[in-house]
Design a protein around this ligand. Sequence first.
Ligand SMILES: CC(C)(COP(=O)(O)OP(=O)(O)OC[C@H]1O[C@@H](n2cnc3c(N)ncnc32)[C@H](O)[C@@H]1OP(=O)(O)O)[C@@H](O)C(=O)NCCC(=O)NCCS
Length: 187
Amino acid sequence: MLAIYAPLVRDTAISFELQPPTEAQMRERVGGVLERMPWLVCEEDGRVLGYACATPFRTRPAYQWTVEVTVYVHPAHSRRGIARALETALLAGLRLQGFRTALAVIALPNPASVALHEDLGFTPVGVFRAAGYKLGRWHDVGWWELALGDRTLGPKPPRELAALTALPAWQTALEKCAALVRDLPAP
Ligand SMILES: CC(C)(COP(=O)(O)OP(=O)(O)OC[C@H]1O[C@@H](n2cnc3c(N)ncnc32)[C@H](O)[C@@H]1OP(=O)(O)O)[C@@H](O)C(=O)NCCC(=O)NCCS
C-alpha cells in the first residue's frame, strides 16, 4: 500500500501530506482505522493493486455517523474497476454499520476521482479555495457527499467493525464487489 501511496505524496498534491509515512506509521494507521471501520485491499497474485478506507470526519460525538472515504489504485492497474469495486464494498460496509454520510475530499483538479465519486452517487458540496500549499503552489479542495442511510431521528451509534464482519450481507457485498474488477487487457 505504501508503494502506491508514497509516490503520490512525493510527487503530487493528491495527498496533502508532505512526507510519505514510514511502514510503521502506515501499519499504525491501518490498525487505527480497523478499530472502527473497514480498510479494504484489492490483491491479485499476492500483489496489492489498490486500497480503500474510511476515517472519522471529526472526533466530536455528534459527528459519529459521518465518515470520509478514500481510495488509491496502482497506476499500472487503472480503469480495471478496482476503485469502483473497493469503494462500492466500502460504502456497503459503512451502510451496514449504520453510518449516514460519506464525504470525499478531493484536491483539485482530479478528474478521475471526481468522475469515480460522481459515478458512485456522490454530489458536490463546494470548494475550499487555496486550502493547501504544496509543491510550490496553492491547491483548491472539493468536497463531495453521499447519504448512506435515512436521516431518521434517534439513530443508534454505528455498529462495531466486528459486528459488521459477522454479517452474511457483508460477505456477500465483498464477493459481489470483487467481481467488478476487470482483467488487464492483453498486451
Ligand atoms: C481515482 C482512482 C482511485 C480511480 O481508480 P481506478 O481503479 O482506475 O477507477 P475504476 O477503474 O474503478 O473507474 C471507475 C469509474 O471512475 C471513473 N474514472 C476512473 N478513472 C477515470 C479517468 N482517468 N478519467 C475519467 N473517469 C475516470 C469512470 O467513471 C470509471 O468507470 P468506467 O471505467 O466504467 O468508465 C485512481 O486513478 C487513483 O488511485 N488515483 C490517484 C489517487 C486518487 O486520486 N485517489 C482519490 C483520492 S480522493
